[in-house]
Design a protein around this ligand. Structure first.
Ligand SMILES: Cc1ncc(COP(=O)(O)O)c(C=O)c1O
Length: 339
């Protein structure tokens, strides 16, 4: 048995999704003529109470386009030091937007107005202009920690007051909504941009949708083109996204249950010194100093369990659509055996 806990991006489309893809009505999306892409963009925008959407090949692209839409060269972006936009997008903020970044040290990646406000630069030529705050929900490096709408509202008010834009990296926004019970519709009022990934927990093979006002998305379309992200008969991929939105949201609670079972088992192991709370589908844990994360990953691999290191003594497990209860039980049995 192979149990792939490296990421929720490893899922493969099942029969229902493949059928939807093969039956998609397509056209040239650069001409705006792909009706399936148009449907996905409208559906996602409607779901989040936003005006418009833009289908892109990846979450990195939707985030980077948003940052470029909301900043000018020499501006500064405020985000947590764990943020994907800062850590894992290849220095894209500097390269694409020529902006600097002010890093905050939040609670498992979650920031708040008390942290943000003192880091908004005064209007003075010595300082870069603070123009954008980026939140991530759920926070990948925070072990799938999430913000509630109540947490986000005061951040929104501060941004309004200080004339800053607010963008959400919602790569795993549906995991956050599953955990908090908040409604997607209420997000549209709080954010200027939202990136929604279809290829993580939702199980589509490719794609993210950037949401914003009509004006923002018009600008975003120009930036997507210049980045080479204008796709032609992309409806085959958008159909997978529509299928994922219709079929794969309600089952995310199973992934969360599986993550909790793994976390509970890990807490019992003598060589595991810390397990982050498994709030959603990510479990990050720390081995004692006698264990090296790389060696531990290799040992698990010998039993067919794939996972990633997350630091010298840190490991990450991610549960997803292609992980079932038997696989979780097998992983727990293996964890009990190895040391
Ligand atoms: C929090 C977060 N944001 C953005 C991305 C980028 O998505 P993509 O891999 O589609 O570029 C990821 C990828 O795993 C992610 O975890």
């Amino acid at each position: 048995m192979i149990v792939d806990l490296r990421s929720d991006t490893v899922t493969r489309p099942g029969k229902g999704m493949l059928d939807a893809m093969m039956n998609a009505k397509v056209g040239d999306d650069v001409f705006g003529e792909d009706e399936t892409v148009n449907e996905l963009e409208q559906k996602t925008a409607h779901l989040f109470g936003m005006e418009s959407g833009l289908f892109c090949p990846s979450g990195t692209m939707t985030n980077q386009i948003a940052i470029k839409c909301f900043t000018n060269p020499m501006d500064e972006v405020i985000c947590d030091e764990t943020a994907h936009v800062y850590r894992y997008e290849g220095g894209g903020i500097a390269y694409n937007s020529m902006a600097s970044v002010r890093l905050l040290y939040g609670d498992r990646g979650r920031i708040n107005p008390d942290l943000i406000e003192p880091n908004i630069n005064p209007d003075n030529i010595h300082y870069p202009k603070s123009t954008l705050v980026v939140l991530e929900n759920t926070v990948n490096r925070g072990g799938g920690s999430c913000y509630t709408l109540e947490d986000i509202q005061p951040i929104y008010h501060l941004c309004k007051l200080k004339n800053l834009k607010l963008h959400l990296d919602g790569a795993r926004i549906f995991n956050a909504l599953t955990q908090t019970g908040d409604h997607a519709k209420d997000y549209g009022q709080l954010f200027d941009g939202i990136s929604v990934c279809l290829s993580k927990g939702l199980g589509a093979p490719v794609g993210s949708v950037l949401l914003g006002s009509i004006e923002t998305i018009e600008k975003a379309k120009r930036i997507r083109k210049v980045l080479g992200g204008g796709m032609r008969q992309a409806g085959f991929l958008a159909a997978a996204g529509i299928y994922a939105l219709d079929n794969n949201i309600s089952r995310l609670s199973e992934d969360h249950k599986n993550a909790k079972a793994l976390a509970a088992a890990l807490k019992e192991l003598p060589f595991v010194i810390k397990v982050m709370p498994a709030d959603t589908n990510i479990v990050i844990f720390e081995l004692d100093k006698k264990h090296d994360a790389e060696d531990f990953v290799d040992k698990l691999l010998n039993h067919g369990i794939k996972c990633n290191t997350f630091g010298k003594q840190m490991i990450r497990f991610v549960t997803h659509l292609d992980i079932n209860t038997d696989m979780i039980n097998h992983t727990i049995e293996v964890l009990k055996k190895i040391h």
